[in-house]
Structures are given as C-alpha cells and as structure tokens.
Design a protein around this ligand. Structure first.
Ligand code: HEM
Length: 151
C-alpha cells in the first residue's frame, strides 16, 4: 500500500513537471510574424465556430477584420525560415511567401463578401479553403522546430 502511494506520488510529480514543460513551450517568445499569426489564429477559430450562423454575421465580420489586419501586417514581415534558405534563394523565398499571403488576403475578401451577402453556406466553404491555405503556407514557409506538430 505504502509503495502504491509512493508510486502514485511519483507519477503525479512527473505529470505536473511535464505539464509545466508543455506550458513553457507554448509561452516561448514568438517572432514578430508569429505574433500576427497567433492573433489571426484566435480570430480564425472564432470564425470557424460561428461562420454558419447568420445571426452571428456582424460578429463574424469583426473577426474577419482582425484576420485581414494581421494578414496585411504579415505581408510586411519575413518568415524565420528565410535564414535557413541558401542566400541565393532567399529573395525568391520571400516573394513566394508574399504571393501566398496575398492569395490568403484575396480569399479573406471573398469570405467577407459572402458573409455580407448572407451567403453562409458559401462562407463555410471559403473557411475550408483558408484552412488549406494555412496548411500549405506552413508547409512551405514555417520553420519546423524539433518535436513540433507538422502544421
Ligand atoms: C488563416 C490562416 C492562418 C492561420 C490561422 C495561421 C496561424 C499560425 C500560427 C498559430 C502560427 C504559430 C505562431 C506562433 O505561436 O509562433 C503560425 C506561424 C507561421 N505561419 Fe501561419 N497561419 C495562417 C496562414 C499562413 C499562411 C498563408 C502563411 C504563408 C504564406 C503562413 C506562414 C506562417 C509562418 C512563416 C509562421 C512561422 C512564423 C515565423 O516564421 O516567424 N501562415 N501561423
């Protein structure tokens, strides 16, 4: 019995210390671009939760405006991964990144128009397109950190 309790105690201490590490990783200082992305992420999640509901269109438009502001700001910043690309390829890397960010912004415009028109079914599809753009953008331009999830 005493051994059991000791084992439980050890497991608890281990679990708590692992939770602490996970939290520390999440709170790692973000790059300037990472900060814009994090703001975009919070707004995008809110959009995903409510985009199909026409009663929430006014609030959805507010969240879309946050995504737009941060995507525009992201256009002026450069991915951390640029430093890992050979010097001769960096200019192309950055202009490809900008082109893809502009594409995301064009999709955000479409989303805004669909929500304004009350076309929520269309808006839901556009949100899916944005998720695909996010995956693609991260695959190409985001630095993969050891142990980090792929997207
Ligand atoms: C709705 C679309 C998107 C969302 C919600 C999103 C969200 C995120 C999040 C949460 C991070 C991690 C931030 C951190 O904690 O440091 C991130 C990082 C990043 N994202 Fe996005 N992302 C989106 C689209 C894109 C697109 C289209 C691109 C490229 C054209 C892109 C490029 C990057 C890069 C390069 C990073 C790493 C930051 C750095 O290098 O400094 N993202 N994104």
């Amino acid at each position: 019995m005493t051994i059991r309790i000791r084992q439980l105690g050890t497991a608890l201490v281990l679990a708590l210390s692992m939770a602490g590490t996970a939290q520390a990783q999440q709170e790692e200082p973000k790059t300037p671009l990472g900060k814009k992305m994090a703001a975009m992420n919070t707004a995008f999640k809110a959009v995903g939760r409510q985009v199909e509901d026409p009663a929430k269109n006014a609030s959805t438009l507010e969240q879309i405006a946050i995504i737009e502001t941060n995507a525009k700001a992201s256009l002026t910043l450069e991915p951390e991964k640029k430093a890992k690309v050979p010097a001769g390829e960096q200019a192309k890397f950055v202009s490809d990144y900008q082109a893809e960010m502009k594409q995301l912004l064009a999709t955000v415009e479409k989303l805004k128009a669909a929500v304004k028109a009350g076309n929520n079914a269309e808006a839901v599809k556009i949100v899916d397109d944005m998720k695909a753009a996010q995956r693609q953008g991260h695959r190409e331009f985001r630095l993969r950190k050891a142990g980090a999830p792929p997207v």
